[in-house]
Design a protein. Structure first.
Length: 322
């Protein structure tokens, strides 16, 4: 396919490009004073908890090299946990520990690491190795999520998550990110996870991609990837809409996991969500964003989260036509 033909195809689908996302949506609809509330995962967690939105439990934070050198004191009672940079981005710097054997810990990818390695890892986080702009950071330790067993056949090693794009509180597009051996158990599309687009109205997957190429089956399990029903979908999509009420960024990415015991938990929010969600859905964001703008202009008033979800669901069923 020629460059021109590809451009025309993308334009017909209403695909939102990077420049348009940055200029027309992030700059116009996201108040910069709110960025620290999502860029810092600790502040974000506190804000979500104050809005009674469920999140993974915070075991503790590490803010100094002295604390990093005495990490064992924080982990004595924990055999499984997640360590992540408070100001990381793109899923970088996240270490998932699934079990402990004697004096070593085992990662989600099956690698064994000792205490010295763990302390060095946390020290690198504090030094800004994974933070936005390379600035000094804090490390946070969270409880490990045990994903809903309904995902067992469509994921490998790690924990799948759901990304929802929320525009002024209206959920407009969603996908699930399914870990693979190639992604080392991480729900990161750039590292080789599968992205499966989700119908906003039904919670069923409609399309799936691996490294931007369409796939029908999970590369490790062979499970079919389309027509998969996300459990507890209504609760999940309502939760994504409520995140806007907690932190009112107009163009927002909401990342959610489904814990087998606790149900939907918000992992984090993103003020600059990526655009691969369009490839996962085989659809563009532009018609959806424009439909919400037109609706908001016509309504002229704020509406509660449950009503926003109902409106988005109806618009989706009508092809995002008012």
């Amino acid at each position: 396919m020629s460059w021109l033909a590809r451009y025309q195809q993308l334009r017909k689908l209403g695909v939102l490009g990077l420049n348009a996302r940055n200029g027309s949506y992030i700059m116009r609809h996201n108040n910069r004073r709110l960025y620290p509330l999502v860029d810092d995962k600790i502040l974000c967690k506190e804000r979500l908890l104050s809005a009674r939105i469920k999140v993974p439990v915070l075991i503790g934070t590490i803010a100094t090299q002295h604390d990093a050198a005495h990490l064992l004191n924080r982990l004595q009672d924990h055999n499984e946990f997640v360590i992540k940079p408070a100001n990381g981005s793109g899923g970088e710097g996240i270490l998932v520990i699934t079990s402990r054997r004697n004096k070593r810990w085992i990662t989600s990818g099956g690698r064994m690491i000792d205490l010295d390695t763990l302390e060095h890892y946390v020290s690198n986080i504090l030094n800004g190795m994974y933070s936005l702009g390379g600035h000094p950071d804090r490390a946070m330790i969270e409880t490990l999520v045990h994903f809903d067993p309904v995902f067992a056949n469509v994921t490998s090693q790690g924990v799948p998550d759901i990304r929802v794009i929320v525009f002024h509180g209206y959920p407009v597009m969603a996908m699930t990110r399914l870990p693979t051996r190639q992604s080392d158990g991480k729900a990161n599309l750039h590292q080789g996870a599968v992205g499966a687009g989700i119908d906003i109205s039904t919670g069923r997957t409609v399309n799936a991609v691996l490294q931007n190429a369409n796939v029908d089956e999970h590369p490790d399990t062979g499970a079919k990837l389309t027509g998969f029903q996300i459990p507890d979908w209504q609760t999940l999509v309502d939760l994504s809409a409520k995140c806007y009420d907690a932190i009112p960024l107009g163009y927002l990415g909401v990342d959610i996991v489904l814990d087998r015991d606790l149900g939907p938990l918000v992992l984090e929010l993103n003020a600059r969500p990526g655009l691969n969600i369009q490839i996962a859905n085989g659809a563009g964001l532009k018609p959806r964003l424009r439909a919400i703008e037109q609706h908001r202009n016509a309504a002229g008033k704020a509406v509660p989260a449950t009503e926003r979800v109902a409106i988005a669901t109806e618009l989706n069923q009508h092809g995002w036509q008012l």
